[in-house]
Design a protein around this ligand. Structure first.
Ligand code: SDX
Length: 377
């Protein structure tokens, strides 16, 4: 009897969620009912985090209370720093991130308290503490010292301050904020589902986030934004090249890659089949960064690859495609791009962890056996 296997759980609806709605028919994404484009245009990342966790946009009082809490919990814990310092300086930043979250969890006084209040507090603390992990990791890889957080800066401003040791321009801060809002949440993607599976056994929040980080690392998922930049580097970035010349080289690269049956990271999506709803907003932010840094050749590479992929296979970019070059222009090392995705997705992951726990059932699918029939030795 042939089983109706749904490989990769493609098209399988496994549970309800009230956190976000991904609609491929209308190519739209709602966070608790609000279009992500509207949120990216008008709300801080702090406000979007509260929306995802609580289901409603915060009042001014609620927002200022959370911002005060977040600003007071940004410093890199000395025990986390000590653990990071034990890691090779050239280990992958996703390994640093995974380790840091484990150390935060191992030291957390509420680690085994899964009450809704404790879960939300741990989520907010992780949201506040994680940027310092990313910032410190990029700096130590460059032989630079830790930069302490500043309480007079908002989340996005402070993230860039701790990473680069200088105040970023408003244009750069806003593009970074947009990327955080767009990366925050996307229903049952692989890393979020991994977090829900771990939570369904009643394991703790930090174990679920650590597992989600492991899932996000793969280039078929979050690791794609890093892989996009490796593609740009492989084609070659020449600041003196015109947009047209760069586009021509990128087109040739894509045609060769596809002729060799390569999967080109940054393109395609399991759910969206006519383009990723988040791309226009992220691409507009990339365009602002290309103008700010006068890097037209990056636009040439971007357009060349996209046109060639569309002509050859009709496959559209996903969010990772414009996000990668945007982070590159801001000065982040390529290997830091997926940890930036973590910083944003901590909000989505922890929202799903709390939702799973509030209406739990152990996640344990079936398998169809196709090994040897019973036999004796
Ligand atoms: C994210 O799920 C989420 O929501 C994830 C995410 C989120 O916010 O959490 O949106 C973030 O992970 C975005 C996706 C990032 N990944 C990549 O950019 C990796 C490259 N993309 C592909 O690997 C692929 O598109 C997937 C994995 C994303 C989705 O693939 P599916 O749905 O499993 O489809 P498939 O791999 O079976 O491809 C179907 C066809 C194949 O052609 P045939 O072999 O049938 O001829 O399309 C082709 C594929 O070869 N194809 C690609 C391609 N993506 C699909 N061909 C070349 N390059 C690609 N990128």
């Amino acid at each position: 009897m042939t089983e109706d296997i749904k490989k990769g759980l493609a098209g399988v609806v496994v549970d309800y969620t009230a956190i976000s709605k991904v609609n491929p028919e209308t190519n739209s994404l709602l966070y608790r009912g609000y279009p992500v484009q509207d949120l990216a245009a008008a709300k801080s990342f702090e406000e979007v985090a509260l929306l995802l966790w609580n289901g409603e946009l915060p009042s001014e009082v609620e927002c200022s209370e959370f911002c005060a809490f977040e600003r007071a919990n940004r410093a890199l814990d000395s025990r986390v720093k000590a653990a990071i310092d034990l890691l090779p300086v050239d280990c992958h930043p996703m390994d640093t991130a995974r380790t840091a979250v484990s150390v935060i969890g191992a030291n957390h006084p509420l680690a085994s308290d899964s009450s809704p209040e404790a879960e939300l507090r741990k989520a907010k603390e992780l949201f506040a503490a994680f940027p310092a992990v990313v910032a410190y990791d990029q700096r130590r890889r460059r032989g630079l010292d830790l930069v302490e957080p500043r309480e007079d800066l908002n989340y996005a401003q402070n993230f860039l301050w701790m990473t680069f040791g200088e105040e970023a321009a408003e244009e750069v801060v806003d593009a970074f904020r947009v990327s955080m809002v767009l990366y925050a949440e996307h229903s049952f993607n692989a890393s979020t589902f991994a977090a829900r599976v771990i939570t369904s056994t009643l394991a703790d929040l930090h174990s679920a986030v650590t597992g989600a980080i492991g899932a996000l690392k793969g280039p078929l998922h979050g690791g794609a934004n890093e892989a996009v930049m490796h593609t740009f580097d492989e084609i070659g970035i020449d600041k003196n090249e015109s947009r047209e010349e760069a586009a021509a080289r990128a087109k040739a690269w894509m045609e060769k890659a596809l002729s060799e049956k390569k999967k080109v990271m940054g393109f395609g999506h399991r759910v969206y089949k006519h383009g990723d709803s988040r791309v226009p907003t992220m691409k507009a932010a990339l365009d602002r960064m290309i103008e700010y840094y006068s890097r037209d050749e990056i636009l040439g590479l971007y357009d060349g690859l996209q046109v060639a992929m569309d002509e050859a296979k009709g496959i559209q970019p996903n969010l990772d495609y414009p996000a990668g070059p945007t982070y590159h222009l801001m000065g982040f090392d390529t290997e830091m791009f997926t940890p930036l995705f973590i910083a944003a997705r901590i909000t989505g992951w922890t929202s799903h962890i709390m939702e799973q726990r509030a209406s739990n059932a152990l996640i344990r699918p079936l398998s169809a056996y196709n090994g040897p029939e019973q036999r004796s030795f």
